[in-house]
Write a protein that binds this ligand. Sequence first.
Ligand SMILES: *Cc1c(COP(=O)(O)O)cnc(C)c1O
Length: 367
Amino acid sequence: MQDTSLFRTWAEIDTAAMRHNLSVVRRVMPNHKQMAIVKAEAYGPGLDGVAKALDGEDIDFFGVATVGEAARIHDLGCRTCPFILGPCFPAERELIVQHGWRAALSSMEEAAHFDSLGKLYGKQVNLHINVDTGMGRAGLLPSDIPMLADQLSAFENLHIEGVFSHLSAAADDISFTHRQIRSFEEAVAELSAKLELPYRHLCSSSAVFNYSAPSTNMVRLGRILYGYSPMPSPYNRELRNTLTLYARVTLLRTLPSHHGVSYNHTYITDAPTRVATIGIGFGDGYLHYLSNTGARVYLNGSYCPVLGRVTMDQIMVDVTHMDDVKPGDVAEIMGPNVPWEELTARAKTIPSNVITSLTARVPRVYI
Ligand SMILES: *Cc1c(COP(=O)(O)O)cnc(C)c1O
């Protein structure tokens, strides 16, 4: 393992826990294939490390946001095919066609262009039709599906390999989610009359344990792979933490009573206070929104509240109640003792925002 002794902060990534989380989904949904979503540095743990760790796991696709991310997966030598979830610029489609990557289809213009590129390169282009059942972000509208199914099957160089959609509020609006599922089922039925559609996928982390979409045969796994399930479910307990963020104490000082701490003195000591300065800040991805929210770190077996504002490279925590703290001591910033959900709630954001915020300055250590 990497020597972390001089790191101010680092993220320890447990790839075995990711494989375990994958196995939980596989046990619950034995008849579904999986797409592992590794976009945005695999949400924080790092695209390269995660793609390498999951490449041998018999996953059908690696879900990415951009052609650049697909190219990185290709350059790593992964066997798992990249799937570009969102729209691509015309100039990016050439690379997709040449490499045989999978892309989402939202318009007939895209279909016609992909078809002509397929002809040019003598390749069959594998596309998955995106149906906008309510997300309002990309895809064909369900009302256009009957008309387009014939046209799509006529393109000689296209292979419509799948159909998918994305749920917009699976964790929050159950009745709307059921409407989206019904709309997807109708679209699949209409398209199936004209096209073979080997892959049909709708559910991602907030839906896999809580909804069923009968026509589907693949799930797209992002957060759940990384240890977080957005919906209450009996399986959540089985998911394992995959990312633990650590940072070291860099300095210890005692401040007198009535001394301000950090920018704008949003915290003022009310008694002599032992303050540990820790080498992490929003420049590492410890969100500024955590300032003055009761956020805490876990240090030498006890919780220490963060005092005042988070700065770019450092935070200050109260260690008055402890007598064994010294520079170099390691605090857990996020992990088993300071769960991802806790930081999400304090920063008033969503879970993915907390871990995708980790910046390139934070070394990722794979165990
Ligand atoms: C990011 C993304 C996912 C993954 O979502 P999770 O909730 O993290 O599982 C799935 N599908 C699409 C289309 C996405 O863009």
